[in-house]
Design a protein around this ligand. Structure first.
Ligand SMILES: NC(=O)c1ccc[n+]([C@@H]2O[C@H](COP(=O)([O-])OP(=O)(O)OC[C@H]3O[C@@H](n4cnc5c(N)ncnc54)[C@H](O)[C@@H]3O)[C@@H](O)[C@H]2O)c1
Length: 330
């Protein structure tokens, strides 16, 4: 059994805690949050308010980081120093430069994995398999993240609204969809993008973005995100090949052929326990990570993998500042 600890008992930690508590591969040993009132969320393990105290006392095998973005890299490095495997919530860091600090940690035999749970969706896996098996020629893609986040969302955790705290809305809300776009369309080459403030929310970060992403072999993707809508629409991902069009929306993967015939190829389990837009794949990702530790495989989303979406976001931010096309930085 892996001895597991969790750092950060805010909004997303409930999803991690539910998986850890149910896991046959792990036991919840300790939890840490600077806010003493959060002890109530983890009454079944030791509670700490200081990360280093927890790491030095508990001899943990794995720690989950459910922390503000600016703490992901320093806390991952600290946990690595204490010989812990790390699963950090997305993004890997604030930027490529920040995330790259995890490429060669002090103890490289301890894994660092990133929580892109949508890679474990049935719809994602099915589309990956189809594209690989049919050797389909991808010519383009589209990603839409049309959501609602109000001032209350930012006021509840002020780091979310600052550049130094979160990096921006792209890193916070859009990164899963950007990650899937690069998975199907990549490798990334360059982009032209604009980051926008469409609302009057008192936040430093953009609330919306639009981009034209260019991948190798002249594959192009259109991307659009906003937090200014009245509700959370389903994320939409479209991948176009020379023969057909694949769409993932509302947890379903469909294929539309050139003659207009549309067929359902896969469905994701709806998330009825937590917010639906988290998807239902945290459990699969966490269990797969535990298995990769126990069997010492590299079957998890690694630091180099997680840097790919950060590189696109860095380029989008730079393009918006420069009002010009920006090439991949790594
Ligand atoms: N994968 C997903 O679908 C998904 C969904 C939501 C959030 N997230 C990610 O989860 C992470 C956390 O987001 P959230 O919305 O839960 O944040 P939050 O602000 O609700 O919670 C963060 C918690 O960390 C605690 N904390 C801050 N500094 C600390 C420190 N030094 N030591 C210990 N605890 C500390 C805070 O007190 C708070 O309880 C972010 O990376 C976010 O992007 C991922």
């Amino acid at each position: 059994m892996l001895r597991v600890g969790i750092i950060g008992l805010g909004t997303i930690s409930a999803v991690h805690l539910a998986v850890i508590r149910k896991s046959a591969q792990a036991e919840l040993v300790a939890a840490c949050d600077i806010d003493a009132s959060k002890a109530a969320d983890a009454p079944d393990c030791h509670f700490y308010q200081d990360v280093e105290e927890m790491l030095s006392q508990e001899k943990l095998d794995v720690v989950h980081l459910c922390l503000p973005h600016y703490l992901h890299v320093p806390m991952a490095l600290l946990a690595n120093r204490y010989h812990c495997h790390v699963l950090t919530e997305k993004p890997l860091g604030l930027s490529v430069a920040d995330g790259e600090r995890l490429v060669h940690p002090e103890n490289p035999e301890y894994k660092i994995a990133v929580c892109f749970q949508n890679r474990f969706n049935q719809t994602t896996i099915k589309l990956q398999n189809i594209l690989a098996e049919t050797q389909a020629h991808v010519i383009g893609g589209k990603g839409l993240v049309i959501w609602n986040r109000g001032q209350d969302y930012y006021d509840a955790s002020p780091w979310r609204g600052t550049i130094v705290g979160s990096g921006g809305t792209l890193s916070n809300q859009s990164i899963h969809t950007i990650d899937l776009l690069q998975l199907f369309c990549g490798p990334f080459v360059d982009c032209r993008a604009q980051l926008l403030h469409l609302t009057d929310m008192k936040i430093e970060v953009e609330d919306s973005s639009v981009a034209n992403l260019h991948f190798q072999n002249n594959v192009r993707a259109y991307f659009n995100s906003t937090n200014s809508y009245v509700t959370d629409s389903s994320v939409e991902l479209e991948i176009v090949t020379t023969d057909s069009k694949f769409e993932i929306r509302d947890g379903e993967l469909t294929e539309t052929l050139k003659d207009g015939e549309c067929r359902l190829l896969a469905s994701d389990m709806p998330n009825t326990e937590f917010k639906s837009y988290y998807g239902s794949s945290h459990g699969r990702l966490i269990e797969a990570f535990y298995q990769s530790i126990l069997e010492n495989t590299s079957d998890y989303i690694s630091v180099p993998e997680a840097l790919k979406s950060l590189a696109i976001i860095d380029a989008m931010v730079q393009s918006s500042e420069d009002k010009d096309t920006v090439n991949v930085t790594r």
